[in-house]
Design a binder for this molecule. Structure first.
Ligand code: ATP
Length: 416
């Protein structure tokens, strides 16, 4: 029986719960044991150390920064939910200190349409250090877990890729320090890791779309529509900042969906050094053609050709001074992340969750770690390592001002 743990990490994205639900239900359906890890990588590093004694034996005292389920033998120390316990009021208190929990079918009931991530997410500095990853490995092994499904953005999947790459050396260290036995070492010689991309930015290479991006786009579109009606009424200009630190997908798609007048993104800075004049000429002509509103969308990571950030307040200032437009700035902020996932995100998360479990069950020591992507409307397994590398390459290419290369890496067909 495979023992699969699933976690959500990095920024939350609508549809993450649907993905956890799909992994849990498909895992159980296929005869696996399924564990959820609360609070992302941080939960995996923390383990169940401070959990209620009834569920988890307190670990022996140990010098050092991290504790896990040290010297705890096997699964009986994985806390198990009562039916639906995770969603009950006050459950947070009852779960204090327990981060790795075995789930049953009913625990994930009703999760499909809930926004955010119910199992929690966190940024985890410890996991960036080898010592933290070693404790995470120890916690997995001590619960007998041999497969990990990570739902998160590029950072979280980079972490997953590092864990995968380092696994043999982590085992060496754990065995040397006698935290695991030779028997445990050989039983856990391979950890199957599968990534599912949850990210509102749609910033992962080698997949067309990421879980949460369609919902965020929908939310932005509704917000810009609302802004549009007041803008038209007063004949105003609005500069709307949307999320996307390294990726302009939300800005471009929202711009198209809402008929914005101008868009700024990180990967494709304005062609002209004097983009201010270029923008003003364009917007002036829209006004001359009778438009009563002006909408400019700025991705939060938008850059000019010198890689200087393009800030909404500066854009608004230009519109006010040069075009004498009554201009306001709206930063959409976290409303973009929140709320119920749209139908497409639920479907994407469900299909990818199912495929992640299939990928775990098909895995052999020879198969690479997969990321579950979507290509031309088909759920596909791609190499996690290649996807992580290409995504990191996008940032590097932008830094080198090689903007075509940046777009090429994220989507080789995009430029055609
Ligand atoms: P978002 O798309 O919302 O930014 P993300 O998954 O990219 O999501 P990050 O904050 O970049 O979010 O990463 C989440 C966590 O993944 C980090 O807090 C850290 O624990 C782990 N992580 C990120 N990068 C690495 C890395 N290079 N090595 C090990 N762990 C990493």
């Amino acid at each position: 029986t495979r023992k699969i743990a699933v976690l959500t990490s990095g920024g939350d994205a609508a549809g993450m719960n649907a993905a956890v639900r799909a992994v849990a239900k498909m895992g159980l359906y296929r005869g696996c044991e399924v564990f959820i890890v609360r609070e992302g990588w941080a939960g995996l590093v923390a383990g169940n150390v401070n959990a209620a004694p009834a569920d988890v034996r307190p670990p022996p005292q140990r010098a050092g920064k991290y504790h896990g389920n040290q010297d705890v033998e096997g699964e009986k120390f994985a806390a198990t939910f009562g039916e639906g316990e995770l969603l009950q009021e006050g459950a947070g208190e009852g779960l204090k200190g327990r981060h790795i929990l075995k789930v049953g079918w009913d625990d994930v009931r009703g999760w499909m349409d809930i926004g955010g991530t119910l199992i929690g997410t966190a940024r985890c500095a410890e996991f960036r250090e080898k010592e933290g990853r070693e404790t995470a490995a120890f916690n997995l092994i001590s619960l007998g877990i041999d497969a990990l499904v990570v739902i998160g953005g590029d950072g979280s999947l980079t972490g997953a890729d590092r864990l995968r790459g380092e696994w043999p050396s982590l085992l060496d260290d754990l065995e040397k320090s006698k935290r695991i036995s030779a028997e445990q070492r050989s039983k856990h010689a391979h950890l199957t890791i599968t990534g599912i991309v949850g990210s509102i930015d749609n910033d992962m290479a080698m997949t067309d779309i990421t879980i949460g991006a369609p919902t965020a786009l929908h939310r932005i579109s509704e917000a810009v529509d609302s802004i549009g009606s007041t803008a038209s009424s007063h004949s105003r200009a609005f500069v709307v900042e949307v999320m996307g630190r390294h990726c302009g997908w939300l800005a471009v798609m929202a711009g198209l969906a809402c008929g914005a007048d101008y868009i700024f993104i990180p990967e494709r800075p304005p062609k002209s050094e004097d983009w201010e004049s270029e923008m003003c000429n364009g917007l002036k002509s829209h006004r001359e053609h009778g438009k009563r509103k002006t909408i400019v969308i700025v991705a939060e990571g938008a850059l000019d050709r010198q890689l200087k950030p393009i800030k909404p307040a500066y854009v608004a200032d230009i519109l006010t001074k040069r075009l004498q437009l009554d201009t306001r700035v709206t930063t959409l902020g976290h409303v973009q992340r929140g709320g119920k996932p749209c139908a497409y995100d639920r479907l994407l998360a469900t299909l990818q969750g199912v495929e992640a479990v299939e990928a775990v069950l098909d895995a052999t020591p020879q198969t690479p770690s997969y990321m579950i992507g979507l290509k031309e409307n088909k759920v596909k397994r791609v190499s996690l390592m290649d996807a992580v590398k290409a995504t990191a390459g996008v940032g590097d290419a932008i830094e080198k001002k090689d903007f075509d290369q940046a777009l090429q890496l994220r989507d080789p067909e995009f430029l055609e």
